[in-house]
Design a protein around this ligand. Structure first.
Ligand SMILES: Cc1cc2nc3c(=O)[nH]c(=O)nc-3n(C[C@H](O)[C@H](O)[C@H](O)COP(=O)(O)OP(=O)(O)OC[C@H]3O[C@@H](n4cnc5c(N)ncnc54)[C@H](O)[C@@H]3O)c2cc1C
Length: 376
């Protein structure tokens, strides 16, 4: 039986497993990751308000792995060598016939003073730190901003930052203390979130105006200080800074055989095959893929890439020849405000937004429940 090794146990990795098994792929599958759990990152936005606790978002995977007949190798990948056939981890080496790289992205930390900001998307601890800092503040300024990877402008995580901002605004109103806080949104672009489409940007900015959220747009970041955000258009005081830098690929790619894109991600073709390597694929945030400039680093997109990977490997295992299934590019997200949500959709030339409604907030919660049930 062929040996398939999957690096990571996030969205892309787990969808690859489900789709492979659904297609009857008869392979010996091993997953390599530091913890056998899925962290449901999209719901981090509900931790500051206490609507979710960290434990709610950690989904143990032992049962899922057993059902899918997958072995789990505890370890962090340190390198991939010999044309992809040899994986080095901090817990030994593993060989493979097929390799799927799905270890996600990493945040750039080049901005001077970045240590003064909470990077909300880094994980549960960061979201809990926001919750605790907010609770400890009597009032003051909360500054929220994000940036991109200059080498690969699509490597940006803007959507969740709008959600943290709007969620904090709603939370403070619910707590009856919004009047003691100034909320400031800052961004290099005068059209922040433009990958979501023009109509979405207009709706996001008008929501900010309506809620009394100040904006500082069109200025390059210079540095962060303990209590100040400094841009080339001036500085402003802040008691709490939430900042999402651009994304890049994992540090372990350094010294590996995997080719890298200008932004530091694994360079893939439209079938998610890693360029120049046989039987090596990537899916999710770790990769750089050909497609429209609005292609998102999203769990939804990771799932679509994982689906293509599974189709290609399953076909090859059946003797179907080289990969030919291309992944679908689609952006679908609900930008949540804690009590309502706005839907943004993009595929091909179609791009629309559905205005804010309570129903969309509930749809996002329902989606989370259904998604996690898959692994329960
Ligand atoms: C706050 C927030 C809100 C979001 N909201 C949405 C949303 O509404 N909709 C949406 O579609 N997307 C959303 N996203 C984006 C989405 O979570 C990511 O795009 C998605 O997690 C990418 O999946 P992935 O499998 O590529 O990577 P990840 O989910 O990051 O998984 C990476 C996996 O690799 C493992 N790993 C890391 N390093 C190593 C190593 N060295 N060796 C082995 N394993 C390793 C990790 O432990 C993890 O299991 C949001 C993200 C955040 C942070």
């Amino acid at each position: 039986m062929k040996k398939l090794v999957i690096l990571g146990s996030g969205f892309a990795a787990l969808t690859t497993i489900r789709r492979l098994r659904a297609r009857g792929a008869d392979a010996d599958i091993t997953v390599v990751s530091p913890r056998n759990e899925l962290v449901y990152l999209p719901s981090l936005i509900w931790i500051p308000s206490g609507r979710r606790r960290g434990a709610d978002l950690r989904m143990p995977l032992a049962g899922f792995f057993e059902r899918q007949q997958v072995s789990w190798h505890r370890g962090a990948v340190q390198g991939v060598h010999d044309g992809g056939r040899r994986v080095v981890t901090d817990n030994g080496e593993i060989g493979n016939d097929y390799l799927v790289v799905a270890t996600g992205g990493r945040y750039l930390r080049a901005l001077p003073g970045i240590e003064h900001a909470i990077i909300p998307c880094e994980g549960i601890e960061s979201a809990e730190a926001i919750r605790d800092r907010l609770a400890a503040l009597d009032g003051g300024t909360v500054a929220v901003g994000f940036a991109t990877n200059p080498q690969e402008p699509g490597a940006v995580r803007g959507g969740p930052m709008f959600e943290f901002l709007f969620g904090i605004d709603t939370l403070l109103r619910q707590q009856g203390r919004r009047d003691r806080f100034r909320l400031v949104f800052f961004n290099l672009s005068t059209e922040p979130g433009q990958r979501l489409g023009r109509s979405a940007v207009a709706k996001l900015l008008s929501h900010m105006a309506r809620q009394g959220i100040e904006t500082r747009l069109g200025h390059k970041m210079v540095r962060l200080e303990a209590d100040r955000v400094v841009t080339d258009g001036g500085a402003f005081d802040a008691d709490l800074i939430l900042f999402m830098p651009g994304l890049t690929g994992p540090a372990w790619l350094e010294g590996s055989v995997l080719p890298r894109s200008p932004g530091g991600f694994v360079a893939c073709d439209e079938t998610c095959r890693v360029r120049g390597l046989e039987r090596v694929f990537a899916a999710g945030d770790v990769g750089s893929y050909p497609g429209p400039d609005w292609m998102a680093k999203q769990a939804h997109q990771a799932d679509l890439q994982a689906d293509a990977v599974a189709r290609n490997i399953a076909a090859e295992l059946r003797g179907g020849g080289p990969p030919r299934h291309e992944f679908r590019t689609e952006l679908a997200c609900i930008v949540d405000t804690l009590d309502s949500g706005m839907l943004v959709y993009r595929r091909g030339s179609r791009n629309f937004t559905l205005p804010r409604s309570r129903l969309l907030h509930w749809a996002k919660r329902r989606f989370e429940e259904r998604y996690l049930n898959t692994y329960r």
